[in-house]
Ligand binder design. Structure first.
Ligand code: ATR
Length: 284
């Protein structure tokens, strides 16, 4: 069959809810930029019907999928093969459907590292890094952060023993918010969901050039406000969202899109929506 007659290869993001997802727009921009003939849609799977929804999509010819809240752990259990970074994350955000089975990957950590290093110009080697939170969002990014050889990688959580358990599993150190007293960090990453409810967090001492990175996007959280007031540079999680999508696109299509224009387009869209109702989202 001539190429122009081939149907576009199908991809999707599965979530519940999922109508807010920016992934269809991001992948449409990647596809247009790279000349890839793909179709990417958002599929709202029933809360008790994730596996069935994915199987239906595969049967209809789907080639791969992203997975978002609340299905990332279910996708982890559903995949037949797991990449080491998915294993470390304990969650899957990218599925590939190949002849040799269902492969689960996790591109969240790589997306965060790429946003920090390439977009924000923060080389992680030698930095004192603090991750706030010990839930799924934190777990997904610890190993890729550790691979960048920071001088220190500390996980602090409201519930201290959760941080200690996670830190023990991933070979870093962890504790409670009280352990932050008298400590200084060059990079502080908020991987808690506190920003979604507008809750404040304890702020550590920032070094003079410190970056405060909020994994939530779509809103200025109390964490961002406090960090800004303390003199830190501040970034939200929109770059991580675009970069994790680019990594998934690479996993599926073997090519890396230029993320800069896509991030700029999304940033403009979010700014335009700021005066309208906007629901904040966490990269988790
Ligand atoms: P997810 O898997 O989406 O990350 P989660 O496992 O419920 O969700 O984790 C949410 C994280 O945000 C946890 O680290 C949680 O702290 P606890 O383990 O102490 O519950 C943190 N978190 C949520 N709201 C918070 C708040 N108001 N203050 C501090 N930490 C908060």
């Amino acid at each position: 069959m001539p190429t122009e007659c081939m149907p576009a290869e199908r991809y999707a993001v599965f979530g519940n809810p999922v109508s807010h997802s920016l992934s269809p727009k991001i992948h449409a921009l990647f596809a247009a930029q790279t000349g890839q003939d793909i179709r990417y849609e958002a599929i709202c799977a029933p809360l008790d019907g994730f596996a069935e929804a994915v199987n239906t999509f595969i049967a209809a010819g789907g080639k791969g999928a992203n997975v978002t809240v609340p299905f990332k752990v279910e996708a982890f259990n559903f995949a037949r093969q797991l990449t080491p970074r998915a294993q470390a994350a304990g969650a899957v955000n990218t599925l590939s459907f190949a002849a040799d089975g269902l492969r689960g990957d996790n591109t969240d950590g790589a997306g965060l590292v790429r946003d920090l290093v390439a977009n924000l110009g923060v080389p992680l080697a030698g930095l004192r890094v603090l991750v706030l939170g010990a839930g799924g969002a934190a777990r997904g990014v610890i190993l890729p952060l550790r691979e960048q050889n920071p001088a220190e990688l500390f996980i602090a959580n409201r519930t201290a023993d959760k941080a200690q358990v996670l830190a023990g599993v991933l070979g870093v150190t962890g504790g409670g918010f009280d352990d932050l007293n008298q400590r200084t960090f060059d990079l502080v990453i908020n991987a808690t969901s506190a920003g979604l409810s507008g809750a404040a967090l304890p702020t550590p001492t920032f070094s003079p050039d410190a970056l405060a990175y909020e994994m939530v996007y779509g809103v200025e959280t109390p964490f961002m406000q406090t960090a800004r007031a303390a003199g830190a540079r501040v970034a939200d999680g929109l770059g991580m969202l675009v970069e994790q999508a680019a990594e998934a696109f690479y996993v599926w299509r073997g090519m890396r899109p230029d993320t800069a224009p896509v991030l700029a387009a999304l940033r403009a869209q979010l700014r335009a929506q700021l005066n309208v109702h906007l629901t904040p989202r966490l990269n988790a």
